[in-house]
Design a protein around this ligand. Sequence first.
Ligand code: GDP
Ligand code: MG
Ligand code: ZN
Length: 295
Amino acid sequence: MKREALVRVSYGSQGVVELQDGSQIDCKYRRSVGRPYCGDHVIIESPSDHSTVVSRILPRRNEFARADARQRKQVVAANLDQVLVIVAPRPEPSRDLVERYLVAVHSLGIQPVIVLNKAELMAESQIQPENPLAHLDDYRRLGYQVLETSCKTAPGIGALENVLRDRISILVGQSGVGKSSLANCLIPDLELQTGALSRVTGKGIHTTTTTIMYKLLGGGRLLDSLGVWEYGLWQMDQPELARGFVEFAPLLGHCKFNDCQHNSEPQCAVRDAAETGSVESWRYQSYLRLLQQSA
Ligand SMILES: Nc1nc2c(ncn2[C@@H]2O[C@H](COP(=O)(O)OP(=O)(O)O)[C@@H](O)[C@H]2O)c(=O)[nH]1
Ligand SMILES: [Mg+2]
Ligand SMILES: [Zn+2]
């Protein structure tokens, strides 16, 4: 019998899948079929009473990757609806951190949401103009949803729960911004869910190295993948960079040169827009810095 299932954990040559009725089964992979990722929709078959195998991986909407030690893409999950970029007053984000994350999320064809965690610390924080937190209103004007959360006090996580409802999401951000704390607030039964998944496999799941899909109380799913993007992103090329700056979109194709890098070329529509102010100068400067680092 063939059944469709959702992959909640995947490692090596096996994983745990969830059936439509919510039950969970341990599944083996076959080399000919390939290795599913967390978030994959698959077809499973049970050739015997004791074993279930993945016989097909259904087409993916997207593949979410992190950089390996050599800055190459390494896929950790599939079929995400959104990526939440977590920032906080402490640790202070570096100047181009948010732009880097936004470009990477856009390159996956996924919508980024910006989350300012530890929001209660904003009042006592000195935000310098170079700090991305000085630009939260600019991000809102660019069309990004910007939420403020706190795991400690008001405003809490209510707004975040609404954004996560009925969608498959992942939290990214540098170490210390509160990703684990948020996950623990959002998933009160996190330990129970991890335990249940471990029991299905018959061995423990290494929560430190494996991507796990958790169920949210209010509906929706949250992927926990330790350290995703904490250690940097893969190398991005120039077209990928330019596409990640959403306000450049109407300008692309209007430069003198088709392969314009929007740097020092003559008659560049993007640079002109930055000079007249229709593109924020700080965003254009950020683009130029990322461009330099991508070379
Ligand atoms: N003041 C404050 N501290 C927080 C908040 N959220 C997390 N923290 C603290 O920030 C530190 C890092 O949190 P953690 O969840 O481990 O961050 P992660 O590295 O992104 O997973 C911990 O000491 C948390 O208690 C918050 O909303 N406000
Ligand atoms: Mg953590
Ligand atoms: Zn240009």
